[in-house]
Design a protein around this ligand. Sequence first.
Ligand code: FES
Length: 567
Amino acid sequence: MTGKPPRGLARGLTNYGDADFALYLRKSFAKSMGYGNAMLDRPVVGIACTPSGFNNCHRHFPELLEAVKRGVLAAGGLPLEFPTISLGEVFLSPTSLKFRNLMAMDTEEMIRAQPMDAVVLMGGCDKTVPAQLMGAVSVDRPAIQLVAGPMMTSRHGGERLGACTDCRRFWARYRAGAIGADDIAAVEGRLATTAGTCAVMGTASTMACIAETLGLCLPGTAAIPAVHADRLRAAEATGTAAMALLRDPVRPTEIVTRDAVENALRALLALGGSTNAVIHLTAIAGRAGVDIPLAWLNELSDTTPVLVDLKPVGEHYMEDFFAAGGMGAVLRELRPLLNLDCRTVAGETLGERLEREAGPVDRTVIAAASAPFEPEGGLVALFGSLAPGGAILKRSAADPALFEREGRAVVFCSLRDLAERIDDPELDVAPGDFLVLQNAGPKSPSGMPEAGYLPIPAKLAAEGVRDMVRISDARMSGTAYGTVVLHVTPEAAVGGPLALVRSGDRIRLSVAERRIDLLVGEAELERRGRALPAPQDPSERRGYDRLYTEEVLQADRGCDFAFMLPR
Ligand code: FES
């Protein structure tokens, strides 16, 4: 044995008390897969590959995997793929967020436990990208992400359709009686017709763009449609780049710095991206020891223009964004606001990348910084007596006419209560009321689902009401829209002020002042607080459900587990 650090299959040997035996045994078993000595002596690039029969968004991963392997082989490495759990957004109950931390742990431990010199992370569907990045940052071995890429759009009659903003648009029309059962059945078959992630700037696309901005995937790759040959070439290049990371190692914690996180927040705001991305970026940054106070988000939001016109906020789809210039065009416009010295997996700094790039930009999709679609960022954090730890509003997806107002609370104490009463013709609700949902936060039994986009009560929808102020400790799909106040912290299940709201209370929302306040006297709130039932004892649960309930942090800490943060 030489004094060099072990490489390839010689890394992290199985502990038999005899290292030479362990390597001999490992190579012997590897040979059973048909590899010769020349291959087994190469550096190893692990590929965390996440196809699943329960994940439509990753159905093209077998073909992408072959391209990644090609890139690794051509650069002199040995590519070895391995599975981790995969999170298909709509196939998981109660909600995919609950399993993001499980996938992060799975990814981290499999990178650490298996002999690989670098890793390619193949993810895409909403929670898979943050999960893989959280795990990779924690293990801190050279890592590069390859995202799935967005779906292509489809057609229904004369209309262009793409998951999942149009899913919600048509469902709202169906609920309001504007279209019938035949129409909605036809739309169901046209919303998601190719491989890839949702076709709009939802959570998956936002996280892909954030990964590119952070410098954790190759430049220009976030928005390539899933089914384009360009994506296969990006996969091949990603495999090659993983090998380059071995010659010039840059670790994830050297990439996910405070400056890079600030760049990512700027990108999120300029994209009018998903509210979920605030939670996920907080969790990824937290693994690198970088905190994201929500006040920081507001500071950046005030000075970052909205530069893209994509659904759910605008008119276009991800394939249009790619054709318009993609993330590179956005970053070039943001350049004066960005920290350009940040390192990337491509072996260059962000500034060097932007210096090198040029190209035509379709200004109907990606605006110039001098003529933005909105002068301020798409997301804003609210604070006040109803949300002492903060709440999030996607103002770019909301109705400004509802931004400065006081309303009467109509309270639903759980998701079940919401389902049972929201369409009750006897429900006491008017268009100017604020709909409030309690007990849908991270520690609630529902695990913080994307239920914050409360449906407009059927009787109001039928009258033509399209938006109302909605407040909850839940999340909202990145593909949804409306005046929806989310992630209220602390949540109701831990006794936050949200738990104390009663129907008929007055609530004041002021986006200008960044405030959300419950207008109820202290004494009355104290009385209500004393009458709250004790939180459910997590020890009544078992397994991962118990671990999650006991350890999950609030939304302002990224819903990570406390014990996964760096010490
Ligand atoms: Fe996978 Fe939307 S369901 S990204």
